[in-house]
Design a protein around this ligand. Sequence first.
Ligand SMILES: Cc1cc2nc3c(=O)[nH]c(=O)nc-3n(C[C@H](O)[C@H](O)[C@H](O)COP(=O)(O)OP(=O)(O)OC[C@H]3O[C@@H](n4cnc5c(N)ncnc54)[C@H](O)[C@@H]3O)c2cc1C
Length: 329
Amino acid sequence: MMRLPRFRYVQPRSLREAATVLAGEGPTAMPLAGGTDLFPNMKRRHQMPKTLVALAGLPRLEGVRGSAGKGFSLGACSTLTSLEEHAGLRKAWPGLHEAVRSISTPILRNMGTLGGNICLDTRCNYYNQNYEWRRAINFCMKCDGDTCWVAPGSDKCLAVSSSDTAPMLCAIGARLRLVSRDGERTIEARELFARDGIRYLTRRPDEILTTVDLPPVDGWRTAYRKLRRREAFDFPVLGVALALRFEKDLVAEARVWLGAVSEAPLEAGEAAKALAGRPLTDDAIEAASRLAFPVAKPVDNTDFGVRWRKEMSRLMTRDALRSLRNEPA
Ligand SMILES: Cc1cc2nc3c(=O)[nH]c(=O)nc-3n(C[C@H](O)[C@H](O)[C@H](O)COP(=O)(O)OP(=O)(O)OC[C@H]3O[C@@H](n4cnc5c(N)ncnc54)[C@H](O)[C@@H]3O)c2cc1C
């Protein structure tokens, strides 16, 4: 049985108190939301915070506010189940609904939160193992060692971003509010993620993600497709997130993002350009799918063969685009 290491548990009564504790403790403290990723990581001795600052129950961190027309604001501590069951959100942003619905299992979605999913640790075959397994290979660069076993010549860690909501929020153009003792700042979702398996977020250790702001729907249609070994539940080994804004029959703007093929979600900008300003015809879909293909550069850090995952980026982009053509405006 894997046991949790010792840690101090702090249950603040306000966001300000939580931010003060995080600022005072430094990087040895971490925010705790549902714990569905952090606790397994602590059991495997990947992440060893001395202090956990509980976010559950803090005022205004939970719940969905706003509307499709004005834009929704999602509390970062909203459980994935509460978002999945929100009818207005589902209708407005079906791609986000699909991404949330595909995360882990119903029981884990009852505990797991949106903020925890966005701030999810990167994953790798050589990292997501117990301590003894990792010690047997002399550890890896991401934790306790020096070598990235995915590419031993690499000077950076190649662990993969495995969040389902991250690419979708980038495609939607969501904005994230981060609060620290110094105040609040707002960034684009795309600005949160960094292409480094170890320093995978630009969030400072003392910052708490409080809110995810979605823009007004305003003609945007979204879709999410996920590749995983077990359909019942599994982390993505590829995620395709699409957001297309239609004006009558034309695609006015397009955003194509790929998840789980790099240390951060990747934008397929050329694929998006190939879609903009034209109707969503078979030819446009084919051209965009081919342009998404070179963006995906999966390496051997997770399940399935690398070439097949790459080929699937083309096929799943095509499938997702076709689904948007059939959706009523
Ligand atoms: C069996 C299993 C299957 C899973 N399958 C999937 C899957 O298919 N797709 C997927 O995306 N995930 C999956 N997960 C991972 C996890 O369950 C989800 O990502 C979940 O949303 C994490 O949320 P949480 O609230 O439990 O985060 P926690 O575990 O509490 O935290 C995760 C990280 O985020 C940080 N954090 C949490 N909230 C905040 C905040 N508000 N501000 C700043 N930092 C914060 C924590 O410090 C920690 O580093 C799976 C997990 C398990 C155990």
